[in-house]
Design a protein around this ligand. Structure first.
Ligand SMILES: NC(=O)c1ccc[n+]([C@@H]2O[C@H](COP(=O)([O-])OP(=O)(O)OC[C@H]3O[C@@H](n4cnc5c(N)ncnc54)[C@H](O)[C@@H]3O)[C@@H](O)[C@H]2O)c1
Ligand SMILES: NC(=O)c1ccc[n+]([C@@H]2O[C@H](COP(=O)([O-])OP(=O)(O)OC[C@H]3O[C@@H](n4cnc5c(N)ncnc54)[C@H](O)[C@@H]3O)[C@@H](O)[C@H]2O)c1
Lengths: 203, 203
């Protein structure tokens, strides 16, 4: 099992090595990786030794090898089919963003309660009615639900997702969701980031 | 100075007490606050004692008092004028979202490099050309810049913001920004959240 704080840093190492891969660089140094994760290079080397990723002193880590290793550890090698609920301002931005595909996210359908949106194609996927969620999820092996509905609808939607067999929820609504122990919930609270920024600004 | 891990939890306590305030509840318990921050109630009581916020055993904390106390500690009592750069999918969702106002964010203008967008009103604010950024920021006392441009433009925009006197940057582009020590940068990397979710799903 990966230690909790190492796990938090891995996506930043991955982002950095992916940027080097796109620029067709051969090596990435622990200093480059340290800057991306805002830690010191010793911490980088210590984290990566856990996965037997070895760098060459003074040169760095081979980019394709480290990239593949991090994809394996982060579980990005397999794709995860997902559905998105709530095709509003934020939901639409996520649907149309190509940046999550390289993390293995494949959003195959979206759902909304607004009859005006149902039947439209947004981000090249069809918008279905929220009533159809249970039997569409059952038919396709959907593991992940992305919740971008208003706070007051979020718990209802989460319960519907869990009832349809979803194993994980990526929640953007600023409320705590009650789900059974076997379901993983990842909360994104952008306002928490803002509050921390303002606290440091006020200091 | 507030300990780092306490500071991370405060926005979740604030979100919880704000929801209670809107529902006109009189008290909020440490159990309620604990659920919002996904910690145990002992941790909540220990955090809040640091700010001399005292609860009544078995009843909880008075909602208006705790709300005001957290606003003070998080620096939310004063407003921070901000500008947003990059009025694309994500930028537009942020501009049109009322949820950040209660954290004291006041986005007064937005900027973009796309001539088609310049002069339009999005989220009830005018979109200016990126060329006009330096002298508009100087004229108004802007403290915060929100960066929602593509990765390859993010460093250029950050340098422009710092050169215009901005003190803090809220960065949504998945790259590390190089800024002088006196400028605070808060990075939001939504993909990092996704990678962590998928890691736990793969376990
Ligand atoms: N816009 C942002 O920048 C931003 C930032 C932080 C957090 N959030 C959070 O993300 C969520 C979405 O925000 P938004 O700005 O996109 O809101 P929005 O109002 O633009 O979109 C919400 C969508 O959800 C749909 N919806 C409502 N109830 C539903 C239900 N029961 N089932 C299915 N669909 C339903 C609506 O029809 C609408 O299309 C909110 O919880 C908000 O607090 C948004
Ligand atoms: N859409 C999402 O859900 C999402 C999720 C995570 C991260 N991000 C990140 O947020 C940023 C914005 O993403 P998006 O999906 O909104 O992209 P987008 O392409 O829809 O919008 C980018 C905007 O920036 C403007 N721009 C480009 N260069 C500029 C410059 N030099 N000065 C001023 N404006 C400039 C463009 O004209 C455009 O309006 C990207 O860095 C992206 O990686 C987006």
């Amino acid at each position: 099992k990966v230690p909790k704080f190492t796990l938090k840093r891995l996506p930043y190492y991955y982002r950095c090595v992916h940027n080097f891969f796109e620029r067709e660089e051969e090596y990435v140094s622990s200093e480059d990786l340290a800057k991306a994760a805002q830690v010191n290079p010793v911490q980088v080397r210590r984290d990566l030794t856990l996965f037997k990723a070895m760098g060459i002193p003074g040169v760095g880590y081979r980019v394709p090898v480290l990239k593949s290793k991090l994809e394996e550890v982060l579980g990005l090698k397999s794709t995860n089919e997902a559905v998105l609920i709530g095709v509003g301002k934020l939901g639409r931005a996520i649907l149309e963003y190509p940046g999550f595909e390289r993390y293995g996210l494949n959003i195959i359908a979206s759902f909304d309660a607004d009859p005006v949106l149902v039947g439209k194609r947004i981000g090249n996927r069809e918008v279905f009615s929220i009533q159809e969620l249970p039997h569409i999820i059952n038919r396709l092996n959907i593991k992940v639900g992305i919740v971008t509905v208003p706070s007051q609808a979020a718990q209802y939607v989460a319960t519907l997702l869990v009832g349809s067999g979803v194993k994980a929820i990526w929640n953007f609504a600023p409320v705590s969701l009650e789900v059974p122990k076997h379901v993983i919930v990842r909360n994104e609270d952008l306002a928490a980031g803002l509050a921390t920024l303002f606290h440091h600004l006020a200091d």
